[in-house]
Design a binder for this molecule. Sequence first.
Ligand code: C2E
Ligand code: MG
Ligand code: MG
Length: 253
Amino acid sequence: ALEQEEFEIHYQAKVGINNQVNGLEALIRWKSCFDGAISPQEFIPVAEKSGRIMAISRWVISHVFRDFQAIQKMSDTPIIVSLNLSAYDVSDEKLVPFIITQLQLYSVNPPLVEFEITESAYLDNFDKADTFFSQIRQLGFLIALDDFGTGYSSMSYLTRLDINTLKIDRAFISQMLLNQQDKIIVQSTIQLAHNLGLEVTAEGIEDASLIGDLNRLGCERGQGFYFCKPIPVEELSGWLALHDRRLLASAGV
Ligand code: C2E
Ligand code: MG
Ligand code: MG
């Protein structure tokens, strides 16, 4: 796929309490000439097992860094661009030097770039992940713990991770309105995160009725099909302009 240039990056908006877009997550897409679209949930684990993931991660980092300046120009306010790393990336000693070269090449502003890693990928390789992410933090980048609640959920570990954001997994968010216990978990997770000085992103918002509760609970940003599906960079500025127009219309301007 790398050789045939079959990978693409799509971006999904993250929307803040004020309804403004304040982030985008980069998600890889593979359009195979043999099999059509293949989900990252299918091919990333295969790439990990076959040792190809490091090349893919480098491609994603380069690509997202290349898009970075164009994305910032699409908005009046700064946009944090997030990208996903695999468990294997944190053991790749040459990845940080690679990130530094790409950072300089594309004039990326590290405080506006966030690396997402799942809880289990971080904790399964704790020492290596910690070394990797402390270098990433020193460079000024942000770190988010992805799919929070589906892995260890060990509270003691949370105090040992040098991260900025918790992303609450879609499994809890999607059930919040139906199941009181899921709502309590979301509420408690947001409180816990804030007490630890972390921000919270809610994943998988598919329904407008979730937004009021999440705002009341102080969740900093949300992401989901209700706002926007992941879209190619070429469609982003059109979508952002449409979102702004809808905001103004709803404010009666
Ligand atoms: P993730 O990082 O947790 O990304 C969120 C996934 O949820 C994305 O699936 C996104 O399209 C989907 N999603 C977003 N909003 C909603 C919603 O409202 N409802 C539902 N049902 N789904 C929603 P996607 O793009 O298929 O990616 C799946 C996973 O594959 C990602 O989960 C991430 O773990 C991995 N992945 C994606 N891109 C990359 C990449 O560039 N590198 C690595 N290492 N992993 C990646
Ligand atoms: Mg993610
Ligand atoms: Mg996630």
